[in-house]
Unconditional design. Structure first.
Lengths: 416, 416
């Protein structure tokens, strides 16, 4: 099927008719509300609902007049499919209410994007074999980088939901305890190893009750959509604190997500098989079907005074653990996921050294500094560097993208 | 000052005039709402507000007609002090509206208690030196049980907010991956090492903006009150999964809290100095004043068919890290705490072997089973065991308690 619209959409646009991602936006005349991206526009779904676009489908207007998608998500997958279909038809068709009321379209450049989802809990996985191997080599043991549990379960930890912010939010260089060398007392200072982590995030769309696991075969139906995710990290803080209870202040100062949530339906064309898993996983983790996604990812760095350049190109298609396995594992003990939970993939690194999804890996923990086009060197991020992540799937004419996830590093805040 | 009331309050009651804790209750005729415990009664603060008890103080009725304390907490410390003072005066005085309208009082036995706070994020610390030493000895190295960072920072990790439940909620025995011996492949089964952890929890009462640390000297003003907390744990699951990212499924299947939140003001009489800290902590962690609490804690175990017996008596007064240090540390990197965040102390163990706050420690990981009064033995918890935690401070006539935190272990749920 090839879709076309009366709206002029750049063929290179992330926001094609096949995508239709959801977000929360506001503008000079509009309070925060639910919108849908198309080309360089946003469809004001609140206003569209108000004039009756969805009136045949028992979808209450109010869910669109919210500052998060949570209430809309709660309507369930059938209502989401309706909204998607109606908008798709409206955009494709000539006899279109949207076309008639073009005030329902807001230019993206005139809108402010907000955090799309009220994050209930944030869980971050560690599902790239290449990343886990690289990090294990640097932080622990070059000979045995992978821990014994890694190929048996999608290892994960809980992060802080409060510090998940939307693209565009700057990140101040955090301070913390840093140990200069083994055995030394820690000192208190700004991190000198500020890093990004290239990840994608899943938004949970259906809750499971406490005590009731979600089986690996039903896990698909518990996902609403995906975002890009930057898990900002301070490696020196992380290294000193993380044993034995895991990462804490090295991570929880900020996690950024893209403003547009791409619905799982839009990602179907990019589904592929994941890599073989050896040893065989336990039965509760045995998934079937195409569970991985072939999505082109890139990370660009722009120094404060310089121009942007791509420093990493990666793809989640080889992630060792897929989303169904992650959900099955997360809930196998009865743990309840709620609408609005954010599940990160963990850093998405490939085997090529240009595909490493963090400075830690790209520069071998600073041992091999990166040389930028302007001659500048980077072991880790410097103040006023901007990190921008982009992602899109492409299959024939069908292009579905995530827009940009961007954040600038600002100097540490003055303490009182 | 000695307070007395026209209500008959048992001198042994946890809920004296000095306490006045907040909770969320409902009854046959009342939807969930804010209440305050006094003796064996609950004051219906919603109804009390409606008839004008707080009308001179600009406190909106609506905050009491909620199914969580969050909106009430958001009013701020001055309004909380007003409510407390008005109720205290009402209960002590002869010329009392509450006395006139005794329908504002609900017997606790006729009420259902709910989770008092909508938990925003749950962070659990690890602040008992004795517990960290005991666990380090069992899980890691008997010679060097304490890790190098432990005396430099209040180590912590993030838990799952969704699975925090109120007292009375049973816990189903979780399943998960368990490694029988080093090098073996894991198998999937029910935990055979189900445990409790005796903790107290702090409810954050004032948010800090992302990027803005709370200084150790201002941290006090960010706490609303305290609860009892049982951090249910599955030790065999935990042991296999926790390296390198920390506890996950071994903990997040359930965390219980007591229904009554004791305001910090009620705990002032029990404030004591904490233990000396050596080596000296970094400046951002140097607190002053009496930051610890002298509170009698106990844990009782009741087998399904047997009678209850106390298996642990402890006290948080010797916790190595105090709450001001915990908040200063948690936010020093700019991490934002929000109203409704729950901060656990971590297991509160003393030096006496009867004061260990978990089965793991009490039975030396099962090596020295506990013999119960009915002759039964326990390495860890068995199905239909009920764990009840209690806590109270006593200073002269002044008694302030937390009520009970109770939960029964039920068999694992059948999987589809």
């Amino acid at each position: 099927m090839h879709l076309s619209s009366w709206i002029d959409i750049d063929p290179e646009s992330d926001f094609s008719l096949y995508n239709l991602p959801y977000g929360i936006f506001s503008s000079a005349s509009r309070s925060p509300r639910v919108g849908m991206a198309i080309g360089s526009f946003i469809i004001d779904l609140a206003a569209a609902s108000k004039i009756g676009l969805f009136e045949d489908f028992e979808i209450p207007n109010e869910v669109f007049y919210r500052d998060s998608l949570n209430d809309f998500i709660e309507l369930g997958v059938e209502k989401h499919a309706v909204v998607r279909k109606v908008v798709q038809r409206e955009l494709a068709g000539q006899d279109s209410t949207l076309r008639e009321y073009q005030t329902l379209l807001v230019r993206q450049q005139n809108a402010t994007m907000h955090l799309p989802v009220r994050i209930s809990d944030f869980t971050d996985f560690y599902s790239s074999l290449e990343h886990a191997t690289n990090v294990g080599r640097i932080f622990r043991d070059p000979e045995e980088p992978l821990l014994p549990n890694w190929k048996h379960m999608p290892v994960a930890y809980h992060g802080k939901a409060s510090s998940v912010v939307v693209s565009g939010t700057p990140v101040h260089r955090p301070r913390g305890q840093i140990q200069k060398s083994p055995g030394a007392n820690p000192s208190f200072k700004e991190t000198s190893q500020l890093d990004f982590e290239l990840e994608m995030g899943y938004i949970i769309g259906k809750s499971n009750p406490l005590g009731q696991p979600v089986s690996v075969n039903q896990a698909d139906s518990h996902v609403f959509g995906m975002v890009l995710l930057n898990d900002w990290s301070a490696r020196d803080i992380q290294k000193w604190e993380y044993v034995p209870l895991g990462p804490f202040l090295g991570k929880n100062f900020s996690t950024s997500v893209s403003p547009w949530v791409v619905p799982m339906e839009a990602l179907v064309p990019f589904r592929v098989d994941g890599p073989p898993q050896d040893p065989e996983v336990l039965p509760y983790l045995r998934s079937s079907g195409e569970q991985n996604l072939d999505i082109n990812l890139e990370v660009a760095l722009k120094p404060g005074q310089g121009s942007e350049e791509v420093i990493c190109q990666s793809n989640p298609k080889d992630l060792y653990w897929n989303i169904s396995q992650k959900i099955a594992h997360h809930t196998i003990n009865g743990c309840n996921l709620r609408i609005g939970d954010l599940l990160g993939t963990g850093t998405i690194s490939g085997s090529a050294s240009t595909s490493y999804g963090s400075m830690l890996e790209l520069t071998h923990a600073g041992a091999k500094p990166m040389v930028l086009a302007d001659g500048g060197k980077r072991r880790f991020l410097e103040d006023f560097d901007t990190i921008t992540m982009r992602a899109h799937g492409q299959k024939g004419n069908v292009r579905v993208g995530f827009g940009e996830l961007s954040g600038e590093v600002l100097p540490a805040i003055e303490l009182d």
